[in-house]
Ligand binder design. Structure first.
Ligand code: ATP
Ligand code: MG
Length: 365
């Protein structure tokens, strides 16, 4: 039985709809990343599960039990909030003990818990330090230990790595996931960093406007996005708009724009002559010689990003394409060069043209 079930949750703040028919199931022991743009309703979803926000309607189940009307203390879920704040006048140990002490665990149990937790988050030697004496990563682990001190089954993490510098954020991804797995916790980890979600999650749920738009393994969400929005939000995409010329042979779709440019994508069920959007992942867009190119363009800008070089290629009427080249090829392309682009056809998705237009579909605020 799934550990967490949200069923038909609705929550509005005046005009703002923060949860809109929100349905979500998280399996026991699963590490789920809830990924979405700012204002999508991620924090709201966590607060509703933790019991800190009451939904207008709908139900919350934890371990099969309807907890919709229960207080936060009566749920076995703990939220590590987006703005987690350690108490500055308390030591690491006192901060951790604050969790069980408010939940009235016997003194002895809380001492034992403390020793274990300090060990778990590798802060044993820093038990008597104050938050200001700790690095960002240590503070984050201290806050995590405080959350774990309540001995939850369900851990709700709201952007837990956001405040950390880039390097530490990457190191802690692995640690956090391993820790959760070792403790057998069911985790929802909120992030708007798609790379973080890709590497950490068993499954990713993409949320937008208070609603889950897609849920699946990182690979499923990356390779088979359900909409242009997901195609762009999870691993940026290049887009091409046109009409379906043919999709008959079942192997690929040919899409033609009104200037007669043609591109190819995977097969689709979209009827011939209807307006469509082809989404080509930036990582699937390659620089190739003219004879292999689907599209020709001029390099407008190169950005050296360390491991890769990011190219902005102006393909005239087809618009701009982003391309990533391995850094080892950085000397092979320069601004002003004419380059050919192509991609793996079966990896390029096709969608019916969105009702509100492509720009509106891709909006992230
Ligand atoms: N207490 C509140 N009062 C009024 N509006 C609220 C409240 N809490 C959330 N909202 C609104 O509900 C929407 C969803 O907010 P929420 O905080 O859940 O988004 P989020 O996905 O966590 O965003 P972020 O990535 O910026 O943290 C937003 O438009 C927000 O302004
Ligand atoms: Mg939030």
């Amino acid at each position: 039985m799934p550990s967490i079930i949200l069923r038909d949750i609705k929550k509005s703040y005046g005009e703002v709809v923060a949860a809109d028919d929100l349905d979500l199931e998280v399996e026991n022991g699963e590490y789920l990343c809830l990924l979405g743009p700012t204002g999508a309703g991620k924090t709201t979803a966590l607060r509703i599960i933790a019991g800190l926000t009451k939904p207008d309607s709908g139900q919350v189940f934890l371990d099969g039990r309807d907890v919709t009307d229960l207080e936060p203390e009566e749920r076995n879920a703990v939220l590590l909030s987006q703005r987690y704040s350690l108490f500055p006048t308390m030591t690491v140990a006192e901060n951790i003990l604050f969790g069980p002490s408010i939940r009235k665990v016997p003194e002895l149990d809380s001492r034992k818990t403390l020793v274990e937790l300090l060990d778990l988050v590798r802060l044993t030697k820093r038990a008597d330090s104050y938050p200001r004496e700790l690095s960002g990563g240590m503070q984050q682990r201290n806050a995590l230990a405080r959350a774990l001190a309540t001995n939850p089954d369900v851990l709700l993490l709201d952007e837990p790595l956001r405040a950390l510098d880039a390097r530490l954020r990457i190191d802690l991804r692995h640690e956090l996931r391993s820790l959760a797995k070792a403790l057998g916790l069911t985790v929802i980890h909120v992030t708007h960093d798609q790379e973080e979600a890709m590497v950490m999650a068993d499954r990713i749920a993409v949320i937008r406007n208070g609603h889950i738009v897609q849920i699946g393994t990182p690979r499923e969400v990356f390779d088979d996005p359900v909409s242009p929005f997901v195609a762009n939000f999870v691993g940026q995409s290049n887009f091409f708009v046109g009409n379906i010329l043919c999709s008959r042979d079942g192997r690929m779709t040919t899409v033609e724009d009104d200037k007669g440019h043609v591109v190819f994508a995977r097969s689709s069920e979209i009827p011939v002559d209807s307006k469509a959007v082809v989404a080509i992942k930036v990582g699937n867009t390659r620089v190739v010689k003219r004879s292999d190119a689907f599209v020709m363009g001029t390099v407008e800008r190169t950005l050296f990003e360390g491991r890769v070089v990011h190219l902005d290629v102006n393909a005239g009427e087809l618009g701009r394409f982003s391309v990533k080249l391995p850094a080892s090829r950085r000397d092979q392309v320069a601004v002003g060069d004419e380059v050919g682009l192509n991609w793996d056809i079966p990896k390029a998705s096709v969608f019916p043209y969105p009702e509100g237009g492509l720009e509106e579909e891709l909006r992230v605020d």
